[in-house]
Design a protein around this ligand. Structure first.
Ligand code: FE2
Length: 321
C-alpha cells in the first residue's frame, strides 16, 4: 500500500486533476546481482525486500525504485503520486476518457488506479508523498578559499549519493502520442520539444523541467533514470567512481540545453543509463511555462564530449528482436 503523508497545499494550476510526481519505478531484470552492484556503486542504498531489491536514497531512505526478477530487462511499471483530493477526480476523468482501469498486477497489492500508456507501459496512480521539489533546490559551488589546499586526496574523496530521482526518459515510437496521453490523462505539461524526436514534460504542482521525457525509437524502452546530485563536483566524482568499478561507458561531462542540467550518463548492465544530474531547470507551481519547440541540432547539449553512437540505441528494442 502506498504511504500517505508529507502533503503540501495543491497549487490548483490548471483545471484538470493532475499527478504531482513520480512515486516509484519497478524494473524487471533477468538477474538481480548486476542490479545490486550497479545501483549500489551509483550511490543508492540497495536493500533486499522479499524477492525484490529496493533502491533508496541514503539520506532520507525514500524508496525510488524496486528491481524484480523477470524474463528480460523491462520497466514493470511506474507509480505516479497525486494529492488525496485529486484521486477521485482523476479516476472520474480517466473513466470519462474511456481509459480501461486494470487490476493491480500480481505481487503488487494496491488501492491505486492501474492503466496502460499508449506503448503498453503499466502505470499506477496513487495518493502519495510529493517527491518533486516545491522550490528550486540549492546547488552548492565549492569555492576554493584563499590560502589553503582545497581539493582532497583522491583517497579522501567522498562517496556520491544522489539526493532524489529527477526524471525518467522513455523511448517511444510516437512522441506526440505520448505527450498527448500524459497531458490529457495525467495532467503533465509540455516543457520543451524538438519536433517528433524528443519531448520533456513537467508536473503542474511544481517540479523539475521534466519528470517524464520521451525520445523517438522503433520500440518502447527505458533510456535513462536521472538522479539529482547537489554539486557539479558530484557529477564528476560519481562518474569517476563508477568508472573505477567497471562502469566506464556512458556520456559526459556535459550540459544540456533543454533542462539546462549538467550531466554524466553511466551505462547500466542492460544498455540503458543512470544519469548524475545537477542544477536542472525548475518550473514552479505558480508559473504557466510556455512549451516551445526547438531545432534538435541546436538544443541537445550545450557542451560536452561527442555523443557515443551507442547512447541513442534502444537496447530493449534490440533484445525484443
Ligand atoms: Fe536526463
Amino acid at each position: 500500500m502506498t504511504a500517505i503523508g508529507g502533503f503540501k497545499p495543491a497549487s490548483r494550476r490548471g483545471q484538470r486533476p493532475a499527478i504531482h510526481s513520480i512515486g516509484e519505478f519497478v524494473l524487471s531484470v533477468p538477474d538481480l546481482a548486476p542490479a545490486q552492484h550497479f545501483y549500489g556503486a551509483f550511490g543508492l542504498a540497495v536493500v533486499e525486500e522479499g524477492d525484490a531489491l529496493a533502491l533508496r536514497t541514503e539520506a532520507d531512505g525514500y524508496r525510488w525504485g524496486r528491481v524484480v526478477g523477470g524474463p528480460r530487462k523491462a520497466m514493470h511499471h511506474v507509480t505516479f503520486h497525486c494529492f488525496e483530493e485529486d484521486f477521485e477526480p482523476l479516476k472520474h476523468h480517466l473513466e470519462g476518457e474511456g481509459v480501461r482501469l486494470l487490476d493491480p498486477p500480481p505481487g503488487f497489492p494496491s488501492n491505486g488506479l492501474w492503466i496502460r500508456d499508449p506503448d503498453g507501459l503499466l502505470i499506477e496512480v496513487a495518493v502519495g508523498v510529493k517527491t518533486s521539489p516545491d522550490t528550486k533546490q540549492p546547488v552548492a559551488w565549492e569555492e576554493t578559499p584563499s590560502g589553503r589546499r582545497n581539493a582532497p586526496y583522491r583517497r579522501n574523496a567522498h562517496t556520491v549519493q544522489p539526493r532524489r530521482l529527477s526524471h525518467i526518459l522513455r523511448f517511444t515510437p510516437d512522441v506526440r502520442a505520448a505527450v498527448a496521453f500524459y497531458s490529457r490523462m495525467l495532467g503533465l505539461r509540455l516543457s520543451d520539444s524538438s519536433g517528433e524526436l524528443i519531448a520533456f514534460m513537467h508536473a503542474v504542482h511544481g517540479s523539475d523541467h521534466h519528470v517524464m521525457a520521451f525520445s523517438k525509437s522503433a520500440a518502447p524502452g527505458l533510456h535513462h533514470l536521472s538522479w539529482d546530485v547537489g554539486t557539479l563536483g558530484d557529477v564528476g566524482l560519481g562518474a569517476m567512481a563508477m568508472a573505477e568499478r567497471g562502469y566506464d561507458r556512458g556520456w559526459g561531462l556535459g550540459r544540456h540545453v533543454l533542462g539546462s542540467n549538467y550531466f554524466h550518463y553511466v551505462r547500466d548492465p542492460w544498455g540503458s543509463y543512470s544519469e548524475y544530474s545537477c542544477d536542472i531547470d525548475y518550473i514552479p507551481a505558480t508559473m504557466d511555462w510556455e512549451g516551445l519547440d526547438h531545432p534538435a541540432e541546436d538544443s541537445f547539449y550545450l557542451w560536452g564530449p561527442q555523443v557515443p553512437p551507442e547512447f541513442i540505441v534502444n537496447a530493449e528494442a534490440e533484445t525484443a528482436g
